[in-house]
Design a protein around this ligand. Structure first.
Ligand SMILES: Cc1cc2nc3c(=O)[nH]c(=O)nc-3n(C[C@H](O)[C@H](O)[C@H](O)COP(=O)(O)OP(=O)(O)OC[C@H]3O[C@@H](n4cnc5c(N)ncnc54)[C@H](O)[C@@H]3O)c2cc1C
Length: 376
């Protein structure tokens, strides 16, 4: 088979390497507009279950990825000056760049043709030149746009603004911090993704953002302002920018997932709010699901139809959980008046996938303390 993949993010690279590993006779090319060492953002997180899927799909890359992991089981909820720790949550963090480098290396070893600095403009030409064209070109997908009449995408922007920073301050565990300034409530999602750095994503509602004048501040002024809001958490460390910009989360859904020999995967196909940390996982699991259909001997049209039929319900369940989570963060200013234990309980159960019972299994001491406080 001749396969062209547009986009060298986690979805595109992983699909390319799985197909090439399965049959060396496949001709697989990945077109990526950036050089190999360029990336946006800092670290990404995976939950425990994703890892067994990756191990089954390709043990070599799984070993390399897990060797670079920072792992933890605690979620720390910081509200004003109290910190509540909830245990029993299994997460791992890795630098996005490290993850991409591992996948690039593995592609190269297996003989995938990696074309960096190759911005695709003519999607039709690439589609005509192969048996399968994979649109793995991220949230702003050109492939999706080019065939919008077939895919019929639905795009919906979140109300909050967010910005993705890094810091040398090491947050051991997923640390969700809520601070108030004169302008409003600011939330930070932070976790260590390497021995030397943490991700630090800040989000706030439009009102707080406007009152703080963040639209008119330079990069340095913004980091200084947020550095003051989170001064007690950052412990003297500065926020690090990587061309960081304020954006609104964009929810992506598509009525159809393929047309002819063209299919979308990863963020081009669907997004899930970053507060449940599932974007990379979903992107790579799309690739596994699609790959398995080809490995089972299906032809292009039956594989693409079956991919949509079997994968859509899984994706929609995550999108629903992520949506609930996003709404919770959009209403954070209503919750910050809760007492710390109740606030942490509300935060932990926000996606409605974690229930009272499942939380009690994860961390009985936390649930007992919260119940006692509630009765008291
Ligand atoms: C603030 C934030 C925090 C996040 N945190 C997490 C997290 O903790 N855990 C998690 O799992 N996920 C997280 N995500 C989501 C995660 O980054 C994405 O879901 C994931 O990267 C999707 O992978 P992808 O391969 O589909 O797309 P991308 O990673 O976006 O890759 C698409 C690639 O296509 C290339 N491209 C686009 N157009 C063209 C073109 N025309 N020609 C050539 N190349 C092109 C781009 O350069 C890019 O390299 C977060 C996202 C955000 C915004």
């Amino acid at each position: 088979m001749r396969i062209n993949v547009i986009g060298g993010g986690p979805a595109g690279l992983y699909f390319a390497l799985l197909m090439k590993r399965h049959a060396a006779s496949h001709e697989v090319a990945v077109f990526e507009r950036n050089p190999p060492d360029a990336t946006f953002g800092w670290g990404v997180v995976f939950s425990g279950r994703t890892l067994s899927n990756l191990r089954e799909a390709d043990e070599v890359s799984h070993r390399r990825i897990t060797a670079s992991f920072e792992t933890w089981d605690n979620v720390d909820v910081v509200l004003r000056d109290s910190k509540v720790t909830v245990r029993g949550n299994h997460f791992s963090g890795i630098a996005r760049l490290r993850l991409l480098n591992i996948l690039q290396e593995r592609c190269a070893e297996l003989g995938v043709e990696l074309r960096f600095r190759a911005e695709v403009e003519d999607v039709d030409a690439l589609a005509a030149d192969c048996d399968l064209l994979v649109g793995a070109d991220g949230v702003g997908s050109l492939v999706r746009e080019r065939y919008a009449e077939d895919f019929r995408p639905a795009l919906d922007a979140g109300r909050n603004k967010y910005i993705w920073y890094g810091t040398r301050r090491l947050f051991h565990g997923l640390t969700l911090i809520f601070r108030e300034s004169d302008a409003g409530v600011f939330a930070a999602h932070s976790y260590k993704f390497s021995p030397a750095a943490s991700t630090f994503i800040v989000e706030c509602d439009e009102e707080a953002w406007a009152r703080a004048g963040l639209g008119a501040r330079t990069d340095e002024e913004t980091r200084r302002y947020l550095g003051e809001v989170f001064a007690r958490d950052l412990g003297g460390h500065e926020l690090l920018s990587n061309n960081s910009k304020w954006i609104n989360f964009l929810l992506v859904k598509n009525r159809k997932w393929s047309r002819g020999n063209v299919v979308l995967v990863g963020d081009a196909l669907h997004t899930a709010h970053f507060s449940i940390g599932s974007g990379t996982k979903l992107a790579m699991e799309d690739s596994i699901a699609l790959f398995r259909l080809f490995a089972a001997g299906r032809d292009v049209s039956s594989a693409l139809a079956e991919f949509e039929r079997t994968r859509r319900p899984v994706v929609e369940e995550y999108q629903q959980a992520a949506h609930e989570s996003r709404l919770w963060f959009e209403r954070a200013r209503d919750y910050v008046r809760l007492p710390p234990l109740e606030f942490a309980f509300s935060l932990m159960t926000r996606s409605k996938r974690v229930t009272y019972e499942s939380l009690r299994r994860r961390d009985p001491a936390f649930v007992a303390a919260r119940d006692a406080a509630l009765e008291g």
